[in-house]
Design a protein around this ligand. Structure first.
Ligand SMILES: Cc1cc2nc3c(=O)[nH]c(=O)nc-3n(C[C@H](O)[C@H](O)[C@H](O)COP(=O)(O)O)c2cc1C
Ligand code: SF4
Ligand code: SF4
Length: 253
């Protein structure tokens, strides 16, 4: 049996995780943001796959904390990173975290996907999105075949620049709640509260209030039906993005 653990803001990583589960047949899917709340996490299976987005050339803080916390008793460990342009040292970070627990990362794979950090990079054009969705599908197929055949590969852990950028991002993340703004278009529907994987949004009297637990996953501002959430320089008329084949219900906490 294979256990697949995913973290996903806008559905890219979830989409690949779901595809893997379909291919494997005997697999179970678990949300990292839900599982991390357990007092003790024990992963026992023939194989396990961790699937998550690249954040600042590294891995999301919650994924790192999950890997550190989990007791992993598995013969074969794979990690797949979805990314918008370059995942940097994300897989190296996984290998280092597992290595400290005397665990081996057997296989690391990269899954190109649509960029979702729209406050920084804007929305990708429709044609580019189409192209990257096709690239994601092909890379997911390839990774599924590799994992099914228990393929191994070696990931270099010496990635000092990526390690530095990732650590800086993790340090800055909790303070980024200050950069969120909510416009008068908010109708207090509560969707952002339900979709936030970090439990970082509370509903106040006049709309959502952001707390210092944000992982920067971009789910709230991309899924808000009124485009009421902005972050940094993000404008209300900037196109929002989420994976077109993933429903809100699949990502709700
Ligand atoms: C905070 C943040 C940082 C990101 N950093 C990177 C990065 O360093 N390299 C990259 O290629 N993509 C980066 N991205 C893009 C995402 O990794 C990519 O769009 C991913 O597929 C999103 O997955 P999800 O939909 O499962 O959340 C970043 C996105 C966010 C939100
Ligand atoms: S999803 Fe948008 S409209 Fe709904 S409560 Fe959140 S900010 Fe307001
Ligand atoms: S506040 Fe928004 S960006 Fe931050 S973790 Fe929650 S959903 Fe993601």
């Amino acid at each position: 049996m294979t256990r697949i653990y995913y973290f996903s803001g806008t559905g890219n990583s979830y989409w690949s995780a779901r595809k893997l589960a379909e291919k494997f047949g005997d697999a179970e899917l678990f949300s990292i943001s839900r599982e991390i709340k357990q007092p003790h996490i024990r992963i026992e299976a023939d194989a396990t796959v961790f699937l998550f987005p690249a954040y600042a050339y590294g891995i999301p803080g919650m994924v790192r904390r999950f890997l550190e916390k989990a007791e992993i008793r598995v013969d074969y460990i794979a990690a797949l990173v979805s990314y918008g342009s370059s995942p940097g040292g994300a897989l190296a970070e996984v290998r280092r975290v597992l290595g400290r627990k005397k665990l081996k990362l057997n296989y690391g794979g990269r899954i190109p996907a649509v960029e979702n950090y729209i406050p920084i990079f804007g929305a990708q054009k429709a044609a580019l999105q189409e192209k990257r969705l096709a690239m994601q599908a092909a890379a997911t197929e390839e990774a599924a075949a590799a994992i099914l055949s228990r393929k191994g590969n070696r990931i270099l852990t010496f990635r000092p620049f990526s390690g530095f950028v990732s650590a800086l991002f993790r340090f800055a993340c909790p303070g980024m709640d200050r950069l969120f703004r909510v416009s008068a278009a908010c109708n207090a529907c509560g969707l952002c509260v339900r979709i936030c994987p970090a439990g970082a949004i509370a509903m106040g009297g006049s709309g959502p209030v952001f707390q210092k637990k944000c992982e920067q996953c971009q789910a709230c501002l991309n899924f808000c039906p009124s485009r009421a959430i902005s972050f940094g320089r993000l404008k209300p008329d900037t196109e929002r993005y989420h994976h077109p084949e993933v429903t809100l219900g699949e990502l709700f906490e």
